[in-house]
Ligand binder design. Structure first.
Ligand code: UDP
Length: 330
């Protein structure tokens, strides 16, 4: 049988989109997820879901052997920045220590291909935008630091043991599968587009717009929003690159453009014809005014061509998904 990719965190937001993309491409996969934030129903029916923790080396070992795994895509982890500030050691355990266990198991069993979910948070608050991959990595919170440590382990293990990796540094991931198969399902979300959809649907109080006095054209922060399905395609291409024997890469995942908070709200109102209840609020600590990727390298190295790179498409798919969730009224 053909080799199989082990996807950690396949029941979560981004991991589940990647499982669907792999399944669509006919690539066998298996996932380990502890279902702490993920949902069983997000996993495609054809993909075995093993409920368990990636800190469990013997579970990893059994899974890799039984499923003839030749590659790992590593999504499992914690992603809430303020939580990482109040509970840093939990972040180092879940993101860094568990990644060490996973990587160590890969080295021991000869699994030589790793695609890793990293983040633009490794850049901290850079002096210059747009941000290319050579920008110094100076994370400003434990979340970014916990991911950067894993990047470093991958680099060092690559040099010492020949493990090859594609490190994908995500900018602002948003939207949902255009076929409605999966989306961002955790009700306690903090990300702008999710929160704005919830506010529009009356599922939470008004959106707070954090900061209107930034040095940007309309005073609100600018981010590089990337559609989760385009990001999922990038993962499939990264896997194929490694399976072809391609070299290790570090790649920004964004479109190289930006939208402000006001522009996101306007897009949502345009596609829905409804108002987003919103109030102007003070700045949120730790938010840099602009985070926009230089996103040429991923196109050049992987031949990635985004298909959903219009803000209206991103917010529309997020809203369609949000409507499909049955949440109790607030
Ligand atoms: N934001 C906002 N209200 C919210 C959530 C986010 O105004 O309820 C702003 C936030 O200040 C930032 C942008 O939206 O400027 C994106 O924030 P998000 O948390 O989605 O992603 P981040 O860039 O922090 O990873």
């Amino acid at each position: 049988s053909s080799p199989c990719v082990l996807v950690t965190g396949g029941a979560g937001y981004i991991g589940s989109h990647v499982l669907h993309a792999l399944t669509d491409a006919g690539i066998p996969a298996v996932t380990i997820d502890n279902l702490s934030t993920g949902r069983r129903r997000a996993v495609p029916g054809a993909v075995p879901l093993i409920e368990g923790d990636i800190g469990d080396a013997s579970l990893l070992e059994r899974t890799i052997r039984e499923h003839r795994v030749d590659a790992v895509m590593h999504f499992a982890g914690s992603i809430v920045v303020p939580e990482s500030v109040s509970n840093p050691l939990a972040y180092y355990r879940n993101n860094t220590v568990n990644s060490l266990t996973l990587l160590d198991t890969c080295v021991r069993l000869g699994v030589g291909n790793v695609v890793f979910s990293s983040t633009a948070a490794v850049y901290g608050s850079p002096e210059r935008v747009p941000i290319d991959e050579e920008t110094p990595t100076v994370p400003i919170n434990p979340y970014g630091a916990s991911k950067l440590m894993t990047e470093r382990m991958l680099r060092d293990a690559g040099a010492a043991h020949g493990v090859r990796s594609v490190i994908l540094r995500y900018f602002n991931v948003a939207g949902a599968d255009p076929e409605g198969r999966t989306g961002q399902a955790t009700p306690v979300a903090t990300h702008l587009i999710k929160v704005a959809c919830q506010a529009l649907l009356g599922r939470r109080p008004a959106l707070s717009i954090f900061g209107t006095d930034y040095p940007t054209p309309d005073g609100t922060c600018i981010r590089d929003y990337i559609h989760v399905s385009d990001l999922a395609d990038a993962h499939v291409l990264a896997l194929l690159h490694l399976r072809r024997g391609g070299e290790s890469l570090v790649l920004n995942c964004g479109y190289g453009g930006g939208a402000s908070v006001h522009e996101v709200v306007e897009a949502l109102e345009r596609v829905s014809g409804e108002r987003v209840p919103a109030t102007l609020a003070p700045r949120r600590p730790g938010d840099p005014p602009q985070l926009v990727a230089v996103a040429d390298r991923i196109r050049e190295r992987l031949g990635w061509v985004p298909k959903h790179d219009r803000l209206d498409d991103i917010v529309r798919s997020a809203l369609v998904w949000e409507r499909s969730l049955d949440h109790p009224a607030p």
